[in-house]
Design a protein around this ligand. Structure first.
Ligand SMILES: Nc1nc2c(c(=O)[nH]1)N[C@H]1C(S)=C(S)[C@@H](COP(=O)(O)OP(=O)(O)OC[C@H]3O[C@@H](n4cnc5c(=O)[nH]c(N)nc54)[C@H](O)[C@@H]3O)O[C@H]1N2
Ligand SMILES: Nc1nc2c(c(=O)[nH]1)N[C@H]1C(S)=C(S)[C@@H](COP(=O)(O)OP(=O)(O)OC[C@H]3O[C@@H](n4cnc5c(=O)[nH]c(N)nc54)[C@H](O)[C@@H]3O)O[C@H]1N2
Ligand code: SF4
Ligand SMILES: [Mo]
Length: 758
């Protein structure tokens, strides 16, 4: 028996953990009090972590599909040689459009992403698909307009806010904010602070709220527009802030004065008095912030919602202050910026869709495989299970069947892996060095690099090793780098000089400006793998895969010198980056990497004038169009993908991890259920325009009538058996989506429900 530190990998919070280990099993899981952010906090899911490490779907050998659909084990050498050969042939025959990469990281693993996406460069492709493109890209698009770059990302300082507005999010179950239950409870208990929750369901979070606006699903744009209009009409906007820090307010004001407040509030079906109180409370609070998530991002008007939600804190001046919303730094840049207007931005062949923040939306991928004149023919899926998690399961099954090469890199035999030509078994997140890039805090930023708890399961490799070997087999990378090996050795002998970083910066520079020389080209393009092979072996504790963090540490320290020093890291120039890297490498509980001053949030704004550009013409147009929108009329709206106590995306596959809700029941108001003749626990058929599934009914009176909910993260075929619980995405459609970001409207799926006769 031994004790070790790690992090939970089940949601974006990645709470620090202290675990007891007995042989191959995790026998006990506690919160790690020394983790600078989570400070010992965990939720009930973390206790079940052994179900990730040990279960019957774990992979332990590369697999190749036979023509009859079954799989045969192959050696790593065979698999890699054949995959590399087919990639090179495909590239020669069809060029970059024929290749796409999907995933590259999940809730707890982002170190492998840097290695996997190198394949895009090797193939000359830009087609990077990721689950963020089915939830957050509308938000990123809005950020690009408001703040200058789509990589500018907003966080919320809930701990210091007097007034918190939570829209379409249930942190009690989903978290998304650190130590969520404690934070929500504190808000609920403190009479001096106000919590307003906008959610059609009376969630556990709403239970703690001072005001719960239980709106009709899909009407947030109307409600938020009404609140904003009240702010303008009652002169509650922060004029001084708007004049000093923003542009375009006049246009916003004009559009908001046209909003028919009472009519919009009626559409949302909430009490006008509560809406007025919310607007006034928000404006008058000493500090206020807004926290949102899927309830508005995966619902009608998704991108417009993301705009209106941000106008709430911007018009009231709750930006750049404690307790407000702020931009934050990114130690590992998970997202980039895509200039939608530039002719150089690569668009997809069939949908002519540009990326947002460097990401293409999963929703269009089946069409890009099946319908495009120059289709995607080869796909890598890493750390994702789109057959379960993308909208319209049948479309993925069909499209993936048409690929000439599908390679899945996963720890488990997933529904997507079953369709692959090759399945490559990755070592689990507890068997290799790992990290998460979800460090979304301001003014204090933390980072947690984890060391392995177990040796790699026999037959598995880390992503760093898998992709480096593929690049080598493709002939993209030599097997030795005599020059860089020497630089790496020198760098470790005198770490404060940052020699590796200088070599890398030099290579990037020559790559961009001069005619690239062979060596510099490789270093600029495949830095992660080259660092892994050269610097990696020189790092302590076998942390080779973390070598790619060294240049990031230098870059972060150079960009945010003062803030890094304030966090206690010592050194000048490149020595500071080295000190930061060392602290990360040695800090088993995570480390504080920077402490900013609130004013610094303005330095993160990317518009040249450092102002926030409020007016977004396309979305002001959508706002005006709301008035003429027809009211939808369907008997039932399904909220397809609720977070509950025992779901965690598709990370846990063994059904016994759940303590309750084994079927992932459909929640339905008891009066609706009685009308349909459905007893609690009855079976029913749920049909959408796209497909139908069977469900178990649970009577539930915390939801509006006419609205039903199903959890996501069910429907997997564990151990080759039938699907367990709802295969939710057989009901959803990729066409029912936002026009700008193409994020699916999962929270608003019209359905019919009929009783199943016994
Ligand atoms: N337990 C658990 N936690 C998770 C996950 C998990 O699978 N299980 N997944 C993680 C991931 S990947 C994500 S992205 C986050 C998501 O986290 P959340 O977005 O907070 O979780 P959801 O339950 O999907 O949706 C939030 C709320 O939106 C409400 N909602 C539905 N329709 C509407 C609407 O029209 N308007 C408004 N205002 N609200 C609406 C729902 O009732 C629900 O309470 O959770 C993360 N955490
Ligand atoms: N209808 C509906 N659909 C939804 C949602 C919804 O609310 N409703 N939610 C959506 C949201 S917000 C999200 S984020 C997506 C998530 O969906 P996906 O992007 O598909 O991600 P996960 O379900 O988290 O699956 C993670 C995969 O990574 C694998 N894995 C775990 N550790 C490792 C590792 O170390 N290496 C490798 N290579 N693989 C690993 C797991 O076995 C699993 O197969 O689902 C989306 N789908
Ligand atoms: S909040 Fe998220 S990261 Fe923390 S213990 Fe729960 S599931 Fe794990
Ligand atoms: Mo998500």
């Amino acid at each position: 028996m031994r004790t070790a530190k790690t992090a939970c990998i089940l949601c974006s919070r990645n709470c620090g953990l202290e675990v007891d280990i007995d042989g191959e099993r995790l026998t006990r899981v506690r919160g790690d009090r020394e983790h600078p952010l989570s400070q010992g906090y965990i939720c009930q899911k973390a206790a079940r972590l052994d179900h990730y490490q040990n279960h019957r779907d774990r992979l332990d050998t590369p697999l190749r599909r036979r023509s009859d659909g079954t799989f045969e084990p192959v050696t790593w050498d065979e698999a890699i040689a054949d995959i590399a050969r087919r990639l090179v042939e495909l590239r020669a025959a069809y060029g970059g459009n024929a290749f796409a990469f999907y995933g590259g990281g999940g809730q707890g693993n982002h170190l492998g992403g840097a290695y996997g996406t190198q394949l895009l460069k090797a193939m000359g492709s830009h087609f990077y698909y990721n689950a963020l493109g089915q939830e957050k890209t509308g938000d990123f698009w809005v950020n690009g307009r408001l703040f200058g770059k789509q990589s500018c990302h907003v966080t919320e300082d809930i701990d210091h806010a007097d007034f918190v507005l939570m829209i379409g999010t249930n942190p009690w179950q989903a978290h998304g904010i650190h130590n969520a239950r404690d934070a929500v409870k504190k808000l609920g208990e403190d009479p001096a602070r106000t919590l307003v929750v906008i959610d059609p369901r009376r969630t556990e979070t709403a239970d703690q709220a001072d005001v719960h606006l239980a709106l009709r699903p899909g009407t947030d744009a109307f409600l938020l527009a009404a609140i904003l209009s009240i702010l303008v009409r009652e002169h509650l906007v922060d004029r001084a802030f708007l004049a000093a820090r923003t542009t375009g307010y006049d246009e916003i004001e004009r559009a908001l004065l046209e909003v028919p407040v009472e009519d919009f509030v009626r559409r949302a079906d909430v009490p006008l008095a509560d809406v007025l109180a919310t607007a006034r409370g928000l404006a008058r609070a000493r500090s206020a912030c807004v926290r949102v998530d899927l309830g508005i991002q995966q619902s009608l008007h998704s991108t417009l919602n993301s705009y209106l939600e941000k106008l709430l804190f911007l018009l009231t001046g709750n930006f750049g202050r404690a307790g407000g919303n702020n931009l934050h730094t990114a130690f590992v840049p998970l997202i980039g910026h895509s200039n939608e207007k530039s002719p150089h931005t690569k668009r997809t062949v069939f949908h002519d869709m540009p990326p947002i923040a460097g990401i293409f939306p999963p929703n269009i991928l089946p069409d890009e495989i099946e319908q495009a004149s120059d289709p995607v023919r080869a796909l890598f899926v890493d750390s994702a299970n789109p057959v379960m998690s993308g909208a319209d399961t049948a479309a993925y099954e069909r499209a993936f069947g048409k690929l000439s090469l599908l390679v899945v890199v996963d720890v488990a035999m997933t529904e997507t892996a079953r369709l692959a030509h090759y399945v490559l078994p990755a070592s689990s997140q507890l068997e290799k060095w790992e990290m998460t890039g979800f460090n979304l805090e301001f003014p204090e930023q933390t980072f947690h690099l984890r060391d392995p708890l177990f040796p790699p399961r026999k037959g598995t490799l880390s992503e760093a090793e898998i992709y480096t070997r593929i690049l080598e087999a493709m002939g993209e990378l030599p097997r030795r780098f005599p020059v860089f090996e020497r630089i790496a050795r020198l760098d470790r002998r005198a770490p404060g000089l940052g020699l590796i970083f200088q070599a890398l910066a030099g290579a990037m520079l020559t790559h961009k400006t001069l005619r690239p020389r062979r060596g510099s080209l490789a270093l600029a393009t495949y830095a992660p793998s080259i660092l892994y092979r050269t610097l990696g072996p020189l790092l302590p504790h076998g942390a080779a895969a973390a070598a790619t963090l060294l240049p990031l540490a230098h870059l972060y320290a150079l960009t945010h010198r003062r803030a890094v020093q304030r966090a206690g890291h010592r050194g000048l120039g490149l020595a500071l980056g080295e000190a930061l890297f060392q602290a990360i490498l040695e800090g088993r509980s995570g480390v504080v990497i920077s402490r900013h001053e609130l004013e610094d949030t303005w330095s993160l704004v990317e518009h040249r004038d450092k102002r926030i550009h409020l007016a977004i013409p396309e979305l002001l147009e959508s706002l005006r169009a709301l008035r003429d929108e027809r009211e939808p009329s369907q008997r039932f709206v399904l909220i397809a993908g609720e977070r509950r106590a025992y779901n965690a995306n598709t990370i846990f596959r063994a059904p016994e991890w759940r303590r309750q809700d084994p079927d992932g029941a459909m929640r339905m108001h008891p009066d609706d259920a009685r009308e349909l003749g459905l007893a609690d626990g009855a079976r029913a058929r749920c049909r959408s325009a796209r497909g139908e599934i069977e469900v178990t009914i649970a009577h539930y009176d915390r939801i509006r009538r006419g609205v039903v909910t199903l959890p996501h993260g069910y429907g997997m075929r564990y151990d080759g058996g039938p699907p367990i619980g709802p295969e939710l995405n057989r009901l959803t459609s990729s066409a029912h989506c936002d026009p700008i970001a193409r994020t699916p409207f999962h929270k608003f799926v019209p359905v019919e429900i009929v009783a199943l006769s016994e």
